[in-house]
Design a protein around this ligand. Structure first.
Ligand SMILES: C[S@@+](CC[C@H](N)C(=O)[O-])C[C@H]1O[C@@H](n2cnc3c(N)ncnc32)[C@H](O)[C@@H]1O
Length: 255
């Protein structure tokens, strides 16, 4: 963003408010009004993706104001994720990280299934507090990390990477690349990744935010050559409101 734009932003307090309300469609219209000669770059003009602080506020607000059973992605038991982890990483010594785990019961279910090295990462501290409260004393057996995946620098590696409905929020190539870098840094050769999100015939938005829809092949292509696609599934998820949402699941193995 150029200096003129920054000055314009500083002069105008409502921009940040507008930015939040638009959830990432950002200040450009306000900037253009303030200074019509200052044309935003194409990437600013078409930015759909919120910045980290806005993302965090969005998700803290979601988890701070709605019960986890009310959000569209709620699952009383993450059956397909559990089945895929058990099938492709049956050894209970495998370490598992759930990216954007939110208030999901996946890590708690894995703990009950005998897995011992479990981590849940989420941008929203509010979400992870919910997840911990749900499983009370068992929470002490899981590692909890509050981080934006696009900025996270992993301090270790895991055998299984699980992501249900997180990568799809990354609509900009630069954030997708940052996710993929974290993904590579956090996994060893032979690691399994289960990545899922809205399928091409799924919704265009999730939690009010735009998403990129994939199938297992296009996801695998976007992730790149370091991982091979070894299995795929589709799921028709039923939201608590009774709507059907089409998901893909891609199982990848790191070469
Ligand atoms: C649609 S919810 C899915 C939650 C969980 N995976 C499930 O299946 O129940 C998306 C989750 O990703 C988290 N999230 C969104 N963007 C993120 C980011 N950039 N880094 C880490 N977590 C993120 C949100 O806080 C939220 O918990």
């Amino acid at each position: 963003m150029g200096g003129n734009v920054r000055d314009a932003k500083a002069r105008c307090g409502f921009i940040r408010f507008a930015k939040k309300r638009a959830s990432g469609r950002l200040l450009l219209r306000a900037v253009c009004k303030l200074n019509p000669k200052q044309k935003p770059s194409k990437s600013e003009a078409f930015r759909d993706e919120p910045l980290t602080q806005d993302r965090r506020e969005h998700w803290d607000r979601v988890y701070g104001t709605r019960r986890e059973t009310e959000v569209s992605w709620f699952q009383s038991k993450p059956e397909l994720s559990l089945a895929l982890i058990r099938e492709y990483a049956p050894d209970k010594t495998a370490s598992v990280i759930d990216i954007g785990g939110g208030a999901s019961l996946l890590t708690a279910e894995l703990l009950r299934a005998g897995y011992r090295d479990l981590t849940a990462l989420d941008i929203s501290a509010e979400a992870l507090e919910r997840a911990k409260a749900n499983i009370r004393s068992e929470a002490a057996n899981i590692e909890w990390i509050v981080a934006d995946i696009t900025e996270w620098k992993p301090a270790r590696r895991w055998n299984v990477w699980h992501d249900r409905a997180v990568f799809h929020f990354l609509t900009e190539p630069a954030s997708q690349d940052a996710y993929i870098r974290a993904f590579h840094a956090a996994t060893s050769p032979g690691a399994i990744a289960i990545i899922s999100g809205f399928a091409p015939d799924g919704p265009e938005k999730c939690s009010g935010l735009p998403v990129v829809r994939y199938d297992a092949n296009s996801l695998s292509k976007r992730i790149g050559e370091g991982f091979e696609l070894i299995a795929e599934k589709r799921e028709a998820h039923r939201t608590p409101g009774g709507l059907e949402q089409k998901f893909y699941y891609a199982v990848l193995r790191k070469r």
